[in-house]
Write a protein that binds this ligand. Structure first.
Ligand code: GAP
Length: 436
């Protein structure tokens, strides 16, 4: 087991202190399982999504992007199986009224909250948020907030094929919000009620599905490594046959070793032809594809890669978090890969008298598209600690020598080593840093 200095409490506290994540509606006592992202969190999320898109679109096979609606009619969720099966077992303590997922507590034992043993019967609780469209409340107005982004891809499969000249095999990718009324949201961003998913559904012939499944597993593992995750904290866990959904031929979870154990980060599944067949059956529309070679029609199979933006966000924080003692004081540092860090560099004037030329350098870097922050508050030591805590890989200090030698002192976040860097070469320096 690899060791981590990060605990959930430390991560939650750092996120709030430095503007990564806030409890949603905090000034009104907050909403359980719902979070807002502050300036640094929004930047990090943006980077995660960009990296995922770049990755998805970097392969020889075409992967197209869609952006589906959040609301979906009941027929969609009937066909997908969510209306009938997307539920968790729930149980209440009759004494203190605390509610649990039945698989989270031992019903042979007493309530962990109040110590009594008076349980209700276990009931199935559907996790979808239900709502009504328009002013007339009847069966036809019922809609649900989507519990996954995938269905918007399946129901638009034919639209995409006929409006965009593309041939199987190809993928459709989507990034967007999903909603699940989790009985017990927990572990901060790990299990939320409102979250974001990045899903890619890859359509292929049935006989090619195993090959593409293996290919996407390898590609996705490489993706997580490219984000700088520590290899010994990432593993692939194939599902046992009794764990597989009835339509799934194979499923592998990419797991990460959180302080609360090995948990799913991403699910990769060979979903057979279940999804398109179900929507064909329920909608009455033929979602098959004509194969010119065999002059016959077939229903494509699907390989799915599905990861939560927020869960990956949390993973990156746990993975990057480190503490060490420096000169008798605790230094907290986020060792993000430079391509992931919210800011690649900070520019600091050593003295207020140097603010003008330092700001000129800052504005030049910003105009060139680098993510940089101007930091002129407090002693240089304090500024370094502040930047360490948000994971900025390098700080450039503009000092009194800079005026004459046109160099700045570059201080490395991880080694704390300093070197003089010519301002003329600073763009290349940053590009090399981001490239890793
Ligand atoms: N379309 C398949 C699907 O939705 P899932 O395993 O239920 O499969 C896929 O979800 C990914 O979405 C998970 O691996 C996780 O990263 C993320 N995810 C699921 N539920 C979540 C929740 N309540 N909060 C945060 N992320 C969640």
């Amino acid at each position: 087991m690899s060791s981590s200095k990060a605990t959930l409490d430390k991560i939650v506290s750092l996120c709030k202190r430095r503007g990564f994540v806030y409890q949603s509606g905090e000034i009104y006592a907050g909403l359980n399982g719902v979070y807002d992202f502050g300036p640094l969190g929004a930047l990090l999320k943006h980077t995660i999504k960009n990296k995922w898109l770049e990755h998805m679109m970097s392969f020889p096979e075409e992967v197209l992007l869609v952006d589906g609606s959040l609301l979906g009619g009941a027929e969609i969720w009937k066909a997908s199986g969510h209306l009938d099966n997307f539920s968790d077992p729930m149980v209440d303590c009759l004494q203190c009224k605390k509610r649990y997922r039945a698989d989270d507590v031992d019903l042979e034992k007493n309530c962990p909250h109040c110590g009594n043993k008076q349980w209700t019967a276990v009931r199935q609780f559907n996790l979808m948020f239900k709502t009504e469209l328009g002013a007339m409340a009847d069966a036809t107005s019922v809609a649900y907030l989507r519990p996954e982004t995938a269905q918007a891809i399946f129901i638009n499969f034919k639209n995409v094929m006929s409006s965009y000249r593309v041939k199987v095999p190809f993928g459709i990718a989507q990034i967007g919000k999903a909603f699940r009324n989790e009985i017990t949201p927990k572990q901060f961003l790990f299990r939320m009620r409102e979250f974001e998913q990045m899903e890619m559904e890859f359509f292929c012939k049935g006989e090619d599905a195993d090959r593409f499944f293996d290919l996407w597993v390898a590609r996705r593992k490489a993706f997580f490594m490219s984000l700088g995750l520590q290899p010994d904290r990432v593993r692939l866990r194939p599902h046992a046959s009794d764990e597989l959904a009835h339509y799934s031929k194979a499923c592998i979870d990419v797991e990460y070793e959180f302080p609360f154990g090995w948990k799913e980060l991403e699910g990769i599944a060979n979903r057979s032809d279940y999804d398109l067949s179900q929507h064909s059956k329920h909608s009455g529309k033929d979602l098959g594809v004509f194969d010119e070679a065999t002059k016959s029609s077939y229903v494509p199979h699907v390989v799915e890669c599905s990861v939560g933006v927020d869960r990956l966000f949390l993973t990156l924080l746990f993975d990057a978090y480190d503490e060490e003692e420096v000169d008798g004081e605790l230094r907290t540092v986020l060792r993000f890969h430079p391509a992931i860090a919210p800011f690649t560099a900070a520019v600091m004037p050593l003295s207020n008298k140097l603010a003008e030329p330092a700001e000129k350098l800052f504005l030049d870097l910003k105009a060139k598209g680098f993510r940089v922050q101007f930091d002129d508050g407090g002693s240089i030591g304090k500024r370094y600690r502040r930047q360490d805590e948000i994971g900025t890989p390098v700080c450039f200090t503009y000092d009194f020598d800079s005026v004459n030698d046109n160099c700045v002192t570059a201080r490395n976040r991880d080694t704390m080593q300093q070197e003089r860097v010519s301002i003329d070469t600073i763009h290349d320096y940053l590009r090399r840093l981001v490239a890793g």
